[in-house]
Design a protein around this ligand. Structure first.
Ligand SMILES: O=P(O)(O)OC[C@@H](O)[C@@H](O)c1c[nH]c2ccccc12
Length: 278
């Protein structure tokens, strides 16, 4: 982490209104509790801690894969319960078989109905990159991500200062993790471009108001330097949208609800990919 006593290390208050502020507040308590329960040195003894992570870039650009990052999401603050019957090992394997380039697994319990065990089960069942989808505010969570078998961490620009983004990304790279930065607007993007990032994702959903517009991705793509993978996140429900995003320069497409809202998310992704390839 950068040592600068003049830097204010908490994210600007104005940017943390509504649900996002509640999520972050709760996350602080959870992380404090987790640190009490399991020390960093015991996380480092996990069987997964020393594994070599899959490269997001390799899987994203692989011939025969779709660029889709398929998400296992039981619930969300905007939709409530999406699917509380789906089994993580079954669904994630179906995602991978259908041609997903990577998996995303929510590990936030309170707001998204996820758990750490979900990611471990996805890891045991799959040999493709897995994103730990959570709200990272502390290095501890990055060590934890590696220890539970994740390959990729998410850094959300709207809840972090640029100093935190830079420091967390650098730390994650020392553990061999891939780093995805999530931005929602031009200002967040321009303030947070650092060499240690692998991918930059534009979240089409405003995490506070929940409004979704894929136009955000189109508006920002030109501003993302070409050395980063470019990912469009949220609100994608039509293969045609992917074709358009690809033409605009995107390599990756993060999709959750459109698959999970189906009682059989595996068939949903299969049909989606069939249409995409036609
Ligand atoms: O279910 P959707 O609309 O396809 O969106 C998936 C993913 O982009 C979304 O879950 C997400 C994007 N960024 C996040 C940050 C935290 C929690 C969730 C998210």
């Amino acid at each position: 982490m950068m040592e600068d006593k003049n830097v204010n290390n908490s994210a600007p208050a104005a940017e943390q209104s509504g649900i996002l502020a509640k999520i972050v507040e709760n996350k602080r308590l959870e992380v404090a509790q987790a640190k009490q329960n399991i020390s960093v040195s015991s996380l480092e003894k996990s069987e997964y801690f020393d594994r070599t992570c899959y490269s997001l870039r390799d899987f994203m650009l692989a011939e025969g894969r779709t660029g889709i990052i398929a998400e296992f999401k039981r619930a969300s603050p905007s939709k409530g319960i999406i699917n509380d019957l789906a089994e993580v090992s079954v669904v994630t394997r179906q995602y991978a078989d259908a041609g997903a380039s990577a998996l995303s697994v929510l590990t936030d319990q309170k707001f998204f109905g996820g758990k750490i065990r979900d990611l471990v089960e996805a890891r045991e069942a799959n040999q493709i990159p897995i994103l730990r989808k959570d709200f990272i505010i502390d290095e501890y969570q990055i060590v934890e991500a590696k220890a539970i078998g994740a390959d990729i961490i998410l850094l959300i620009a709207s809840i972090l200062t640029p100093q935190q983004v830079a420091g967390f990304a650098k730390f994650a790279k020392t553990l061999g993790l891939n780093v995805l930065l999530e931005v929602h607007n031009r200002e967040e993007l321009e303030k947070n471009i650092f060499d240690d990032l692998d991918a930059i994702g534009v979240n089409n959903r405003n995490l506070d108001t929940f409004t979704v517009s894929v136009q955000h991705s189109h508006d920002l793509v030109e501003l993302i330097p070409d050395n980063f993978l470019k990912i469009s996140e949220s609100g994608i429900s039509d293969p045609k949208t992917i074709t358009e995003l690809k033409a605009a320069g995107f390599n990756g497409f993060l999709i959750g609800e459109n698959f999970m809202k189906n009682s059989d998310p595996g068939s949903a992704i299969q049909n989606f990919v069939k249409e995409l390839r036609n």
